[in-house]
Design a binder for this molecule. Structure first.
Ligand SMILES: CC(C)(COP(=O)(O)OP(=O)(O)OC[C@H]1O[C@@H](n2cnc3c(N)ncnc32)[C@H](O)[C@@H]1OP(=O)(O)O)[C@@H](O)C(=O)NCCC(=O)NCCS
Length: 165
């Protein structure tokens, strides 16, 4: 397994993995599979080419099997904060420590930016595997957003977590 930053050429694999993530774990993500599947490939390419988003991928036998993103803030007064997003590990590779290693790689990336002081994330209430992983890596809860996402007739809360670098 190796972890590296994704490039524009990884866009097809990135798209395929994220569409799988949105389809299999609709409660875990705010984007829906239908709205993301409708986007052209250059949307995915530009995300990978963005100056403000860093996407890290875990590869096993050259296949992309895990992902995490770090979004930087362009505004001067918020540049000390980064947002961790889009964390996913493919079913066949769960519980092998990939999630932990991806998270560590994202935190190493964050520490390379001297102006960054903290990383924030949101996680749907009840997503225990993800909450446990974030807590194990040092993230602490700082708030609860009621009715953060709607799934049909059901509303789900989001837990807000942060880690001081
Ligand atoms: C959350 C998620 C990324 C975790 O990925 P993962 O690769 O399974 O994470 P890890 O392997 O590092 O840790 C998961 C568990 O496996 C255990 N584990 C790690 N290595 C292990 C090994 N070699 N043998 C057995 N268990 C192991 C960990 O201790 C951890 O256990 P715990 O949940 O009881 O604390 C994954 O479950 C996922 O993609 N979920 C769906 C999408 C999602 O919810 N994303 C988060 C959005 S906020």
């Amino acid at each position: 397994m190796n972890i590296r930053r994704l490039r524009a050429g990884d866009a097809p694999a990135y798209r395929e993995l994220m569409l799988k993530a949105y389809a299999r774990h609709p409660q875990a993500f705010t984007s829906s599979v239908n709205e993301r599947a409708a986007l052209p490939i250059n949307w995915w390419e530009s995300r990978l080419g963005s100056r403000l988003d860093v996407l890290l991928g875990a590869f096993v036998d050259q296949a992309l099997v895990g992902i995490v993103g770090l979004a930087l803030e362009p505004r001067e007064k918020a540049r000390h904060k980064a947002l961790l997003f889009g964390m996913y590990v493919d079913e066949a590779h769960l519980r092998h420590g990939l999630g932990y290693q991806l998270l560590q790689a994202a935190l190493e990336e964050a520490r390379r930016h001297p102006f960054l002081r903290l990383v924030q994330l949101t996680v749907t209430a009840g997503n225990e595997p993800a909450i446990r992983l974030y807590q194990r890596c040092g993230f602490a809860l700082y708030g609860l957003e009621p009715m953060a996402i709607r799934m049909g007739d059901e509303y789900l809360d989001k837990i807000h977590m942060w880690l001081e670098l």
